[in-house]
Design a binder for this molecule. Structure first.
Ligand code: ADP
Ligand code: MG
Length: 491
């Protein structure tokens, strides 16, 4: 890759040196970050206003430059610009501001996309890689609910590949199954492939990865769509009396992937249609991949015969992430962004945001965007600042038990040693830190804290607090450790 195209900008390296500064690379880098935010705003808008509205009006927006606290959004015609401004202007400002608090205003103008947005070969960002807006007649047809030829399936997101999927204990089985299907689709035992797990754990990512892998050679046709879209298309086909076409189109693909199948619960007609499509495809030796939030047997409300068929191939679950996996994912995403994010910050995020990968990624993306937009290095302080709203949502009241657990984990000692009589430095020091943090972070009195640490006297707690304070002044590495723990626990 040419030197100038590294996704690296000034102010991003931790020493603050302007190493390898290149204005084009910097512009692209900021661009890439804005694109990430924009694609998130777009998916929000899509759910808020519905597919038809979105595609008719909003999809034509391209993002322009940021100037101070204002971002420019371009629309191809004055009519569209005025319409979007009156109908969605405020909402767009609010969404941008929620993504990037530094952006306070949205300027809508008639114009072409920013020249920097031109795809940069392999590094095309999310929005850059999006397909061009459909021709006008097609948009009109769609707005009327008619079936569009090109819109049978959703495009595959080029970011969701096997290469960018980080494998760990919780997802290794699902990953292996997905790889296997991508290598040899329609093998017995792997058809259908049913992936399930909680929100934001990588189901969609794996499905897109299978799709991208299979379509690479250009021989295999893949249709990927959400169950919701399947239903929407089906209903539109009924309305426009083109169900035959709909069926034929679906049955002509080599691989059909339906995401978030739980959406079909209670939608009996659509389920029925899906069941027939499913059977026709499997009978013809085509591959089906389905995802859902639960296993087939737990998806109550699904027709029994469909449930049975879904469970016939390979069922693979994705478990909740572990701390190790979260760290690996953050490391990989930080490295791909080209922004230097200190290990302490990654650890902090992995401890704080445990719900799902999407949120974790969102938090990291926001940090990276800030680093890029404002040229500030990423530090623990900056992280708390930039992410205060996300972190607040994850905060709970901290308990002494939690403090003991986190401290024990951090220094790799047994939890029982928090209250044991052992006095070896390796356990006594962490215990003192836990007492110190209990004093700092909870409203418990010294005797109460002492009781929780194996019935120790309040003077022992006092001594611990004094000792840790003193050590923190003398030893900056130790101080940083304690500080990190405090931030992790803080509410
Ligand atoms: P789901 O469909 O299960 O709700 P997604 O596949 O949409 O979740 O994942 C949410 C986000 O997290 C996506 O941006 C995806 O790329 C990312 N993600 C999830 N798991 C991983 C992983 N193991 N490695 C890298 N990125 C991941
Ligand atoms: Mg999904």
């Amino acid at each position: 890759m040419p030197e100038g195209y590294r996704l690296q900008g000034p102010g991003l390296n931790m020493t603050g040196e302007l190493s390898g500064y290149d204005a084009v690379a910097e512009a692209r880098s900021v661009r890439h970050v804005l694109d990430i935010h924009w694609s998130r705003i777009c998916s929000r808008l899509q759910t808020e206003v519905g597919e038809v509205e979105y595609r008719t009006w909003l999809k034509q927006i391209s993002i322009g430059p940021v100037d101070g606290d204002e971002i420019t959004l371009n629309l191809p015609t004055r009519f569209l610009r005025d319409w979007v401004r009156t109908q969605y202007g405020d909402r767009l400002s609010a969404l941008w501001n929620a993504e990037l608090p530094a952006i306070r205003r949205v300027e809508l103008q008639v114009g072409r996309p920013d020249p920097v947005a031109e795809p940069a070969g392999d590094e095309a960002g999310a929005a850059e890689a999006a397909p061009a807006a459909a021709p006008v007649e097609e948009r009109v047809a769609e707005a009327r609910g008619e079936l569009s030829r090109h819109d049978m399936a959703a495009p595959l997101d080029p970011r969701f590949t096997f290469d960018t999927f980080v494998v760990g204990k919780p997802n290794e089985f699902a990953y292996a199954c997905a790889r296997r299907v991508a290598e040899r689709p329609s093998s017995p035992g792997f058809n259908p492939l049913f992936l399930y797990g909680g929100v934001g754990l990588g189901k969609t990512h794996l499905m897109h990865a299978i799709g991208s892998e299979l379509t690479r050679g250009g021989q295999v046709s893949v249709a990927y769509m959400s169950a919701e879209k399947f239903m929407y298309r089906f209903i539109a086909a009924i309305r426009s009396q083109s169900t035959m076409e709909f069926k034929e189109q679906l049955r002509s693909v080599d691989v059909l992937m339906i995401d978030d199948l739980q959406f079909l619960i209670g939608k009996d007609n659509t389920q029925e249609e899906f069941f027939h499509t499913f059977n026709a495809l499997v009978d013809a030796g085509r591959q089906i991949v389905v995802s859902a939030d639960k296993s087939p047997s737990d998806l109550s409300g699904l027709e029994d015969r469909l449930r049975t068929r879904l469970g016939c191939g390979m069922v693979a679950d994705i478990h909740a992430t572990t701390f190790e996996l979260r760290i690996s994912i953050l490391e990989s995403k930080a490295a791909a962004s080209g922004v230097a994010v200190p290990a302490k910050v990654l650890e902090f995020l992995a401890h704080k945001i445990t719900s799902n990968v999407r949120e974790l990624e969102g938090a990291l993306n926001r940090l990276i965007a800030h680093a890029n937009l404002f040229g500030r290095p990423v530090t623990l302080e900056a992280t708390q600042d930039v992410l205060h709203d996300i972190l607040k949502a994850h905060d709970r009241r901290v308990t002494i038990e939690e403090i003991q657990r986190k401290v024990a984990e951090h220094w790799n000692i047994r939890l029982t040693d928090m209250s044991s009589a052992r006095r070896a430095r390796a356990v006594a020091r962490p215990r003192q830190v836990a007492m110190y943090l209990a004093k700092q972070l909870t409203s418990r009195s010294l005797p109460e804290i002492g009781r929780k640490f194996g019935n120790r006297d309040h003077t022992t707690v006092m001594h611990a607090v004094a000792r840790v304070t003193e050590l923190m002044e003398r030893d900056s590495a130790f101080a940083e450790d304690v500080e990190l723990l405090r931030r992790m626990l803080e509410s």
